[in-house]
Design a protein around this ligand. Sequence first.
Ligand SMILES: *[C@@H]1O[C@H](CO)[C@@H](O)[C@H](O)[C@H]1NC(C)=O
Ligand SMILES: [Zn+2]
Length: 367
Amino acid sequence: MAYNHMFLLSSLVVLAALHGIHAVEYVVTNNAENSTGGVRFNNDIGIEYSRQTLVSATEFIWRLFQQNTPADRKDVQRVTLIIENTDGIAYAENDEIHVNANYIKEYSGDLKGEFTGVLYHEMTHIWQWNGNGQTPGGLIEGIADFVRLKANYIPSHWVQPGQGDRWDQGYDVTARFLDYCNSLRNGFVAELNKKMRSGYSADFFVELLRNNVDQLWTDYKAKETLTSATDFIWRIFQRNTEADRKDMQKMTLIIENGNSIAFTSLNNEIHVNANYLGSYSEGIADFVRLRADLAPSHWVQPGQGDRWDQGYDVTARFLDYCNSLRNGLVAELDQKMRRGYSADLFVELLGKTVDQLWSDYKAQYGN
Ligand SMILES: *[C@@H]1O[C@H](CO)[C@@H](O)[C@H](O)[C@H]1NC(C)=O
Ligand SMILES: [Zn+2]
């Protein structure tokens, strides 16, 4: 009996010791509690939610990276999250994650979802290997956003699959590319991360995927262009009913690499920029149809609709109005959107906010 007791007791001690060694401690501090952002953090997010998210992000990352035992992981005892008034959005350093309270203050949209996504990104920096400092920064950031992608906290401003100029551009561009690589070999990113424990070589891509990274990037761009082009053609042409259909036999849709959206009906040809296909909005796709005289009879009339960004025919009609104020507006808008989107683009190009333009547009049609 005494022996059994002893055994039980020592097992408990061993378990406690194991637990003590392996458990990570999470500390959340709001150093901005007296500022607007800090108050918003307390009201809309909170210390407890943040702590739980640090735990769930860690578990998610260990699983995704296939780090099943402590020996596979970085030796981190404690992760501290600090909310403070600083610059930018967030950064991770010395097992600390710093989030800018000003960013929390200014953020419009789903704050909790955005904050959670930011924590998944930063937490990845805590756990990922960096090839002893040799891994390119763009790949480091791409892996952090790949985790965010896989956890399904994708912000609306991210590029679409196939967009971007270089595989190691970082963030969303590289994350989408890594997702493609991961689709070629399940667990690719986990294996890449394991290889980066002691160093980095571009050969890791060849070893895992039998192709160099530049070739993979080319394949990825080609695949996504084809996918988007097929989708685009489907949307432009197939939504017409028989009754709406114009003389389709004479219409040629050319998908090409260009500098702007570039659609013309010259010789019944519509030229669409392949670079643009991944990102087009429904409204702009429908604008192309409008210009190509493919507008179906069920479309709203000019001036109808509730919001400028309602999409489809409503936005197409509105963009047609904007284009009448400045010829080539949509093409210019598209060019500018390749570097990012801001509602200020309308102000830059037309001297008015998009809401003012929408009011003018509605007024013109007596709405
Ligand atoms: C916030 O204000 C209170 C009251 O003045 C003060 O005690 C507290 O230390 C302040 N918190 C921070 C993080 O500065
Ligand atoms: Zn980062």
